[in-house]
Design a binder for this molecule. Sequence first.
Ligand code: FAD
Length: 305
Amino acid sequence: MEKVLRDGFIYMSQNKTLNSLAKKYGLRFGASRFVAGEDFKTSVPTIRELNAKGLSVTVDHLGEFITTVEEATENRDEIIRAIEIMAEEKLDAYMSLKLTSLGFDISDELIEDNMRQILTAAQAVGVFVAIDMEDEPRCEKTLELFKKLKTDFEGLGTVIQSYLYRSEDDINHLAPLKPNLRIVKGAYKEPATVAFPEKEDVDHNYLKLVKLHLANGNYASIATHDDHMIDAIIEHVKLNDIPLDQFEFQMLYGIRVERQLELVRQGYKVRVYVPYGRDWYGYFMRRLAERPANVAFVLKGMVKK
Ligand code: FAD
């Protein structure tokens, strides 16, 4: 049953008609549990509240399924504006973004140009930027662009997914750039030709990749809600005297809030991934796919509306 629900939500997350309907009708169906607001300004109080609890933030401007240069430009300008507000308001936050929202599927020149403009603005005000990783067919080009941009912009990171067979090689190839890599299990539906089909293997690879990245001497953003992963990493860093400033834990806004605060109390750096934007639908469906138990919450939200 869980698998059917998971596949159903992943299928719905990719449905363009449902996405545009969602955009038209605004943040609904309990999505505000996972999405801070439809624009950056309205998300600022949420970020402040998290900062006040000792949690750092990465903001994610949600934006997928765009098809025109105008939409890509609009997203770019929105991201730049948010970065400027972040600095003006002195928030403990950085920016995460998806290349598809900036024209990845339109042209290579467009995406590189948009990224350079964003990174120039971010560098000017000292805000870090992370490129989220999307589905596997886009992985190679994302990493190529990351490598190219990282040589010009120090404050840039990206994401590695432990469900992909290629990830161990990617970590080693990227290591000389000294990157801050967020390591995740992976949120898309991928075929067994490119990704481990068994969760056990994805989990095993997750720990292997985090340890490898730390052993390479690089900064790890350990993004998971999984206690088994978190506990194993804590044990590993203690045993190997890995300094507290070489890694942080990351979790999504609205998920495992108690564990986030407990980690802060234990002295670990924790960053909450706070999405905002009108394109909330695909993100929301992926969260439901991950944990169909959230559906009960959402159904309650629907009844209330
Ligand atoms: P799972 O293996 O899904 O679950 C293990 C256990 O964790 C569960 O049994 C449960 O105890 C707990 N848990 C998991 N989810 C929940 C929940 N919703 N509510 C309560 N408990 C839960 N994926 C990408 O592909 N690209 C990205 O760029 C990307 N960025 C991310 C950034 C951050 C900060 C985070 C936290 C995740 C990101 N992801 C990204 C998603 C990631 O790939 C996983 O899909 C997601 O984190 C679920 O995997 P998990 O490791 O949390 O645990």
